[in-house]
Design a protein around this ligand. Structure first.
Ligand code: KG4
Ligand code: ZN
Length: 332
């Protein structure tokens, strides 16, 4: 199978054999193009996808040692994501399928992240999935492959988006997550008392936009010497809420495992605190491998493989769906 991923600012292609054997995977990141703007510019993203797609497809096929005519199934992310970006990958995969008379699979980007901690495993274990990326923050109850129930989501900014916006406020560049984590290393997480929005809201939802605003209000009274403390305090506030709500969700859903995915899943403070909190409740935590945390096509190829085992192919008239729909969470 060949899977294409172009939902945001990574152009990616991967070739998988069965569910477990990744034969090739290539990612062209556009971070440098968007860095000047401190965030992703949709029209620039789609133009970059057009430029980069051929290269990543050829690289993934080359690594696998196969040609397009050896591919049995073509898949692509059809949502959620940026409309003009999704169109590039999905149109290409449909074009391949049509030209070579092979099936096409429409793939859900959130499912890609959600299953990425189990990449290569035959079956998906019961768990609560914490998806923390630049575009999404979700808690999902997972009963198995294709059996998902949305527990909660962010009502405004995603966790990664908050990292990116705060980094932009502090002049740290894009993507913000790694830069803030780096600054925070020498900072005092208790120095600034920042809000833990919705930590005790009694549901599984999140809100991070107030935290970003709170950092903005501190800017006039702080200087560059305070930056590590500000970053550490901000990071601590995000991690605090994520850890608290993920552990609570697992407890309430009666799952013994928390599976963390998405770019913010790379954050070491999150990893360390979640592991500690989970251990206190006798829960296990597993994280997606580092290369699978930020957007990639290998995770989408894994979804394609899982989907292909259990269901029919998608029609070539299957449209893109830019917004997070309810369809992924219908089945449970
Ligand atoms: O999963 P991803 O590619 O985003 C979407 O699919 O939307 O992850 C990118 C996000 C960015 O917001 C980036 O700032 C954040 O993940 N990120 C991090 C770290 N590394 C990347 N956030 C916190 N700490 C990190 N170490
Ligand atoms: Zn993503």
């Amino acid at each position: 199978m060949l899977a294409l991923e172009t939902s945001c600012d990574e152009t990616a292609a991967a070739v998988i054999e069965g569910v477990a054997c990744l034969r090739g995977s290539a990612v062209a990141t556009q971070a440098a193009v968007h860095a000047v703007y401190g965030g992703v510019v949709p029209e620039l993203a789609s133009r970059q996808h057009l430029t980069n797609l051929r290269g990543v497809v050829n690289e993934a096929l080359g690594q696998a040692g196969v040609g397009l005519s050896d591919i049995d199934v073509f898949g692509a992310t059809t949502g959620p994501g940026l409309a003009s970006a999704l169109l590039v990958g999905s149109s290409a995969a449909k074009g391949f399928a049509l030209a070579l008379d092979k099936p096409f699979l429409a793939l859900n980007h959130i499912e890609g992240h959600l299953l990425s901690p189990f990449f290569g495993a035959d079956d998906i274990p019961e768990c609560v999935g914490l998806v923390v990326s630049g575009g999404h923050t979700l808690l999902v109850d997972v009963a198995g492959a294709g059996r998902y129930r949305l527990l909660g989501r962010t009502l405004d900014d995603a966790a990664g988006e908050a990292f990116d916006k705060v980094a932009k406020l502090l002049g740290l560049g894009y993507p913000g997550g790694p830069r803030i984590e780096e600054e925070a290393r020498s900072g005092d997480p208790a120095r600034f008392d920042l809000p833990r929005s919705m930590k005790c809201s009694g549901d599984h939802d999140f809100s991070f936009s107030g935290l970003k605003t709170a950092v903005r209000y501190l800017l006039p009274e702080t200087g560059s010497a305070d930056r590590p403390d500000l970053c550490a305090s901000f990071q601590e506030a995000v991690v605090d809420v994520l850890v608290h709500k993920a552990v609570r969700a697992a407890r309430l859903a009666r799952r013994r495992l928390i599976a963390v995915s998405g770019g913010v899943g790379l954050n070491l403070r999150l990893r360390e605190r979640l592991q500690r909190a989970a251990a206190e409740e006798d829960l296990e935590v597993c994280f997606a491998a580092s290369a699978l945390c930020t957007d990639n096509a290998a995770m989408m190829a894994y979804v394609a493989a899982q989907q292909w085992r259990s269901g029919p192919s998608s029609g070539l008239d299957q449209d893109i769906f830019p917004a997070l729909g309810a369809d992924l969470f219908r089945a449970n």
